[in-house]
Design a protein around this ligand. Structure first.
Ligand code: CP3
Length: 333
């Protein structure tokens, strides 16, 4: 059993380290491939290149887990929306066509994402058995934020959601079905852990929090448990509700964001494996500051199973040498 899966399933205190966005723009070897592949979606659909990118941070740093190079927006893409990445604006999706969306079949969805499953399969064969291969999905709410283009520049405009007058219940239901299907196919292809990213959970209005965040995540975690799939939730930005989330959704692992105080979290959180928390912006600071912050997290969770990671993805401007030093520090600590 891989190192990360062992921690999640047996809840043994043992060490493990990986980073969200460990395969990405801060690595010159990624930028090299990216410069020759203008279309990001097509890059995700190139199984050989996707597998190569997935393994780049493993080769460079010998991390304990690899996360498949893909994107949460591959699900809306497979459900019929075009996905474009506008420089400095973030992703832009073509208008959601409910007819196409609601009529998609599992077979069509699978056919579109076959290269992703092939990339997982290729990567699993090249990866040491001790190392985890992490598959992932976006939670429904976070996908909806992109699918309905609720972003207004850098901000999210929830009035846009109200103005659309859509039957959200049906959209959530359909998304959960395909998210679960995607989870299952990724694990069939060789992923042994899945992470569920709810990156925009923090902007859900209080009155909708259960319907838009808790219940969908709970349904996905329930599916994972039924299928015996190790899972980690990341409901970013939900502040004090992190603890109710864990009690209610009951994932195997919970990724903290950088707004949650680790000492407070240690007191409140029980029966779950904790992952991450450190602000990725700390990696832009001096070595001493990096080590000091890392120590705060390592110490806070020293008596429970803790997976070292960050409170969000590595920033593109991160110096890979700082990442190397942090991994070395963690392993020697
Ligand atoms: O290394 C890894 O973590 C694996 C690959 C991965 C990517 N995206 C590759 C990527 C993962 C796990 C994701 C998840 C993802 N994608 C999330 C959830 C996590 C989070 O960051 O909150 C979200 C919200 C997305 C949607 C998305 N994809 C955005 C907003 C953007 C553009 C801006 C950004 O944050 O980078 C992307 C593009 C993207 N996905 C890149 C990479 C390496 C950059 C592509 C490039 O321009 O070269």
């Amino acid at each position: 059993m891989s190192n990360l899966k062992k921690i999640l399933m047996d809840k043994k205190t043992c060490k493990s380290i990986w980073f969200m966005r460990q395969a990405g723009r801060y690595l010159p070897e990624f930028r090299e491939i990216r410069s020759k592949n203008n279309n990001f979606i097509n890059l995700c659909l190139d199984s050989e290149l996707s597998s190569e990118i997935t393994l780049q941070p493993i080769k460079r740093f010998d991390l304990d887990s690899a996360i498949i190079f893909s994107d949460i927006l591959m699900v809306p893409f497979a459900l019929g929306q075009n996905v474009k990445f506008v420089k400095n604006e973030g992703p832009e999706l073509s208008e959601l066509n409910l007819d196409i969306f609601l009529n998609k079949t599992n077979e069509e969805f699978y056919e579109t994402l076959k290269p992703v499953y092939k990339a997982i399969n290729l990567t699993r064969k090249k990866l040491n058995k001790e190392k985890s291969l992490i598959g992932f999905v976006g939670a429904p709410w976070t996908l909806i934020v992109y699918m309905l283009n609720l972003r207004n520049g850098k901000k999210i405009d929830l009035n846009r959601l109200i103005n659309k007058k859509l039957n959200l219940e049906i959209i959530f239901e359909k998304l959960i079905k395909f998210i679960n299907f995607h989870i299952k196919e990724q694990t069939k292809a060789g992923a042994d852990v899945v992470q569920i990213f709810d990156s925009w959970a923090g902007i859900i209005p209080e009155k909708n929090f259960n319907d838009f965040c808790i219940n969908p995540n709970k349904e996905i975690v329930k599916f994972c448990k039924k299928e015996n799939i190790s899972n980690i939730c990341f409901p970013k930005g939900i502040k004090d509700k992190y603890f109710d989330f864990v009690d209610d959704v009951k994932p195997n692992g919970i990724n903290l964001d950088y707004e949650v105080d680790p000492i407070h979290a240690r007191k409140k959180i029980k029966d779950v494996v904790v992952q991450g928390g450190m602000d990725p912006r700390v990696l832009l600071k001096s070595d001493d500051e990096i080590y000091k912050t890392a120590t705060k997290y390592i110490d806070a969770f020293k008596d429970i199973p803790y997976v070292f990671n960050l409170g969000h993805g590595l920033l593109p401007e991160t110096d890979p040498d700082k990442v190397r030093k942090l991994i070395k520090f963690y392993r020697e600590h």
